[in-house]
Design a binder for this molecule. Structure first.
Ligand code: TYD
Length: 211
């Protein structure tokens, strides 16, 4: 039985969602729930192995459907080993990327059928959806400029994609925002980090911790 709260963090590359997630932790710690954070693809050993396979820049021949199925497989394992136990323990669980990334990147970005991806997501998660999804929105050029400036990691396979692909990914997120207005809330990620954190916190408090 699920007792915790599940919040996913989504956005195009360079939106800064991972920094926002880290910045929220001390503030959320005051609400009395145990916190847990994790990320996709990865978060548990099997899924981290799948992550290396997907993001390895040497894997230039990877087919789009293979890529999708690997993300889905990583999601399933992560769900069983991390997400469900955390929710059963009553934790406030913050997850860096989840189902919407597959729709945005493999669906809108790569052009795979979105309804097929929705079905695969449901299959992998047994229909679990986050209680809230924060979507960190930023113009593609601005996001890519941030990545170029703050690069601490090596170039991965997804980083090598074209600006057009990133543009389609962003449009995908914007269309999901229209489709799931009760679940997904947009946060303006072009602001200073502290302001983005404050906006994200306000959404979480309004939704779950008001009185
Ligand atoms: P990561 O370095 O974690 O990127 P970020 O910090 O932007 O989250 O790499 C994850 C990459 O995988 C990112 O480019 C988005 C992509 N991705 C998909 O294409 N589909 C998915 O289902 C998921 C979970 C991630």
């Amino acid at each position: 039985m699920k007792k915790g709260l599940f919040i996913s963090f989504e956005g195009p590359d360079g939106a800064g969602k991972t920094s926002v997630l880290q910045g929220l932790l001390p503030k959320l710690a005051t609400f009395g729930m145990d916190l847990e954070t994790t990320r996709e693809p990865g978060g548990v050993a099997i899924a981290e192995s799948i992550r290396s396979l997907i993001l390895n820049p040497e894997n230039t021949t990877m087919d789009d459907k293979t890529e999708l199925l690997l993300y889905i497989a990583a999601r399933r394992q992560h769900l069983k080993e991390r997400i469900l136990p955390a929710l059963e323990d009553g934790k406030l669980l913050l997850v860096d990327r989840f189902i919407d990334s597959s729709v945005a990147y493999q669906g809108f970005g790569r052009g795979l059928n979105v309804e097929d991806i929705n079905w695969l997501n449901t299959y992998a998660t047994d229909g679990l959806v986050p209680d809230l999804t924060l979507y960190f929105d930023i113009e593609v050029e601005e996001g890519l400029a941030r990545i170029a400036k703050n690069r601490h990691h090596d170039v991965d396979r997804l980083d090598m994609e074209t600006v057009d692909m990133h543009e389609r990914v962003r449009q995908g997120y914007l269309s999901m925002l229209d489709r799931y207005p009760d679940r997904i809330v947009k946060v303006d990620a072009s602001q200073e980090l502290e302001l983005v954190i404050a906006d994200a916190l306000a959404v979480i408090v309004e939704r779950f911790f008001k009185n």
